[in-house]
Design a protein around this ligand. Structure first.
Ligand SMILES: [Zn+2]
Length: 291
């Protein structure tokens, strides 16, 4: 076993205030601007000190894994100018806990690759961490459940205020396939993920039309499928709608170095326009057509 390492690898890795087992109250106190929520699960590179001892890889391996798996800059790509109170972003790297996964490995297909909510293998299939059931539960209590309590509460707030909730589940993906992909063919520039119950045909059509009209190649449920829905409403309440957007990383960053490309701002502008369209679409009285 190699020594465990710890290395938040950039400034954004500094963690916000500590999270507890229950959601903090303030985010439900103010009125939302719209029923639109932005879910950003994979932008963080943060690995807190207390999670470092679990890793069994060396620093280079961990760096490579962070570069491959982090949806780098997606907070800036999708969230520019959006009210922070309507953004639910993971506090830590997906290498600590992946909030996009089902909590129970029995229901999580990616667990077959050692990449359920608590990863135990790298994206190449090598051992990543040695995690006991007790330690897994600790990590879930510390990082997974607070995130989902917050998401549940935000959705409840949107439903209370507007009678509906629309979620953009915001991601990016590498050109080279990951083991968890459902499709490893020629990757589109934009992947749209839908949920059978929580992505209406109208919503899927609005999203697909927006990106194809702007000249992007678009895959539906490829290379990744599905869209995150808050636990409290999943499979129960169609007033909660969700769509996943995956931007191919070579559109905005150098995948080898992790640096932004000059055209980052162009992609950010498109996604900001997209978010504005969905925000208008999400309002109870407004259903603009796409053009
Ligand atoms: Zn992602």
């Amino acid at each position: 076993m190699l020594p465990a390492v710890c290395h938040p690898n950039n400034a954004s890795a500094v963690l916000p205030t500590p999270v507890g087992p229950l959601p903090a109250a303030p985010f439900t106190d103010s009125l939302l601007r719209s029923p639109l929520l932005l879910h950003i699960p994979h932008a963080s590179t943060g690995i807190p000190d207390d999670a470092c001892g679990d890793f069994v890889v060396d620093r280079n391996t961990l760096d490579a894994e962070l570069l491959r798996l982090t949806d780098r800059f997606t907070d800036a790509l999708y969230g520019d100018g959006f009210p922070p109170a309507q953004i639910v972003a993971a506090d830590v790297s997906r290498l600590v806990v992946d909030v996009e996964r089902f909590a129970d490995d029995a229901h999580e297909p990616c667990a077959a690759h050692g990449m359920g909510a608590v990863y135990v293998r790298t994206s190449s299939g090598a051992p990543l961490r040695a995690i006991s059931a007790t330690r897994r539960a600790q990590l879930m209590d510390q990082y997974y459940w607070p995130h989902h309590h917050r998401l549940d509460a935000m959705a409840a707030r949107a439903l209370e205020q507007f009678g509906r909730c629309v979620i953009i589940d915001a991601h990016s993906f590498p050109v080279a396939p990951l083991p968890t992909q459902v499709d490893v063919g020629d990757p589109p520039e934009i992947g749209i993920g839908t949920d059978a119950m929580h992505t209406s045909a109208e919503l899927a059509d609005v999203v697909h039309t927006f990106f194809t009209d702007r000249g992007f190649s678009v895959g539906v449920n490829r290379p990744f499928a599905g869209a995150l829905v808050p636990n409290a409403y999943y499979g129960r309440d169609q007033r909660v709608q969700s769509v996943m957007i995956e931007v191919r990383r070579d559109l905005y960053m150098n995948e080898r170095t992790g640096d932004r490309l000059p055209r980052f701002a162009d992609v950010q502008r498109v996604l900001t326009e997209f978010r504005a369209l969905l925000e208008a679409w999400s309002m109870p009285t407004t259903r603009p057509s796409v053009s």
